[in-house]
Design a protein around this ligand. Structure first.
Ligand code: ATP
Length: 239
């Protein structure tokens, strides 16, 4: 059997005495885009933080390419190919687009850095046109594009995207959906957290519903779209 790119097994994690995840199982394969949906407070960000190494699980395992990384510190995980794009499009506002990208490639050899920059500018010509613009003056959608571009600078194999559409105007949401869809099919696997299931199903081929810290259903986006549990979880949210 081909080993999954990312495998989360029985992960329990939280904040001090607050247990936010209770035995979560999840798999992301190479070249796959997977969504994690669920209401506010379901534990979606907590799971991303646990995979990225910001939180240590109290039980369970995390495997990257078959290797257990559960106890690895965040830097080692980042070097091994896990990139987190946190909620809120955190870019370095006073710096230019170019300098933000350079920071994403920090520590890389000069040749590799130049190749990573070329790659990001080729994927996102919009960023190339704005390479000297101060990041804080970009629109919300452009800042999200920059945050994703910065994560790509490290050549990740697993990209964790936390609520990429949050707070964006509908047109910017379309742009972000387009960007993430364009990233798919590369060798990386993408795990995208979305509170908005409509957006999630446009981006991902498969997904998981998280409810109160546990996965209650999973499957292809087409099935989740009509799943009674998903509908119940989002009752009143226009699904
Ligand atoms: P949202 O869409 O609002 O970000 P989420 O599904 O990502 O929701 P989490 O942020 O993972 O949910 O939160 C899961 C649970 O953990 C919630 O009950 C939340 O109150 C709690 N929690 C989150 N961050 C902390 C923290 N730093 N300290 C204590 N509890 C926290």
């Amino acid at each position: 059997m081909l080993e999954a790119l990312l495998r989360v097994t029985g992960v329990t994690a939280g904040y001090g005495r607050i247990e936010a995840l209770h035995g979560v199982d999840l798999v992301v394969n190479t070249s796959e885009t997977v969504c994690l949906i669920g209401r506010n407070g379901a534990g979606k960000s907590t799971l991303l933080k646990t995979i990225a190494g910001l939180l240590r699980p109290s039980a369970g395992q995390i495997l990257l390419d078959g290797e257990e990384i559960t106890g690895w510190p965040i830097q080692r995980r980042a070097r091994s190919g896990i990139a987190l794009v946190p909620e809120g499009r955190r870019v370095f506002e006073p710096l230019s687009v170019h300098d933000n990208l350079l920071l994403g490639g920090h520590g890389q050899q000069r040749q590799l850095l130049a190749a990573s920059l070329d790659d990001v500018y080729t994927r996102f010509p919009h960023l190339a046109e704005r390479r000297n613009q101060i990041a804080g003056t970009l629109s919300g959608g452009e800042q999200q594009m920059l945050a994703i571009g910065r994560a790509l600078m490290s050549g990740p194999s697993v990209i964790l995207l936390d609520e990429p559409s949050l707070g964006l105007a509908p047109r910017a949401v379309d742009e972000v959906v387009h960007i993430i869809s364009a990233m798919a099919g590369g060798s990386a696997g993408i795990l995208v957290v979305e509170q908005n299931p409509q957006v999630a199903f446009r981006i991902a081929g498969r997904g998981y519903l998280l409810e109160r810290g546990a996965v209650t259903t999973s499957g292809p986006s087409g099935s989740l779209r009509v799943d009674a549990r998903v509908r119940a979880a989002y009752l009143g949210n226009g699904l």
